[in-house]
Design a protein around this ligand. Structure first.
Ligand code: ADP
Ligand code: TYD
Length: 217
């Protein structure tokens, strides 16, 4: 799929666990809907029935349930299904897609946390996904703060949150490095503020991207 064609807008939110991505994705979807946009709010891993099944496989169970390589395959399989069934049809219909995590999460979590597997992540991405978001909002946050927020939630999806603060700090660094590597589509937002302040920045950035996309036609 070609990028920047004027058909729809693909936005991803990225950041460490507990940084406020889901909260901001929801508020952004509500704000855009209120101003008349057609919005699809979705998430990874998941976002389509098949990918939600894979989500359970990758997020529940013991931390060593999968090898690093198998995990990359599972996340990529989920993403391919999500792209085919949810994201591409929505973009083709001219909608705004807001995705809570996308391929940058695999670059960071699978590419960095268990050795330098970034080349494998990138090869598989080129082969099976071949598409980046038009705009990626990185909600940047101190790991201790993000972790205490994330651990405050209840649930079974704790394989990655049990990483601890050291690894979360490494993940934060890796996200900031990606923001520099893909500076054209990344915007970094300070997530350590009140929800409304973060949401105002998110909306400003998205509105200027929508304006630029409209001007490109
Ligand atoms: P993520 O999707 O990045 O893991 P969430 O949006 O689920 O993060 O937020 C994690 C927790 O922190 C939730 O309980 C949420 O209500 C709370 N939270 C989110 N943003 C903020 C903020 N700016 N200040 C304080 N608490 C927040
Ligand atoms: P998510 O539900 O977004 O968790 P959180 O709300 O805590 O940020 O994502 C679940 C976990 O999946 C999260 O710890 C990061 C991990 N993950 C990967 O390891 N690789 C990936 O490609 C994706 C999309 C997520």
């Amino acid at each position: 799929m070609s990028q920047g064609t004027g058909a729809g807008l693909f936005i991803s939110l990225e950041g460490i666990d507990g940084s406020g991505k889901s909260t901001q994705a929801r508020l952004l979807a509500e704000a855009l809907q209120a101003s008349g946009h057609e919005v699809v709010l979705t998430r990874e891993p998941g976002g389509s029935p098949g990918a939600e099944e894979i989500r359970r496989l990758v997020l529940e169970g013991a931390p060593d349930r999968w090898s690093a390589e198998t995990e990359i395959l599972l996340f990529t399989a989920a993403r391919r299904d999500h792209l085919e069934r949810t994201i591409q049809p929505a973009l083709a219909a001219g909608k705004v897609v807001i995705c809570d995590r996308f391929a940058d999460s695999t670059r960071v979590y699978q590419g960095v946390s268990r050795g330098d597997l970034r080349p494998i992540v990138d090869q598989l991405h080129r082969l099976m996904i071949g598409r980046e978001p038009d705009l990626t909002l990185l909600i940047d946050m101190e790991p201790a703060k993000g972790l205490s927020r994330a651990l405050g939630r209840q649930g079974n999806e704790e394989r990655f949150e049990s990483f601890g603060e050291g690894l979360q700090a490494q993940m934060r660094r890796a996200f900031l490095d990606l923001a520099a590597e893909f500076a054209d589509r990344f915007r970094v937002i300070d997530g350590g503020r009140a929800i409304e302040a973060v949401a105002a920045d998110v909306l400003d950035l998205v509105q200027s991207e929508l304006g630029a996309a409209a001007a490109r036609g």
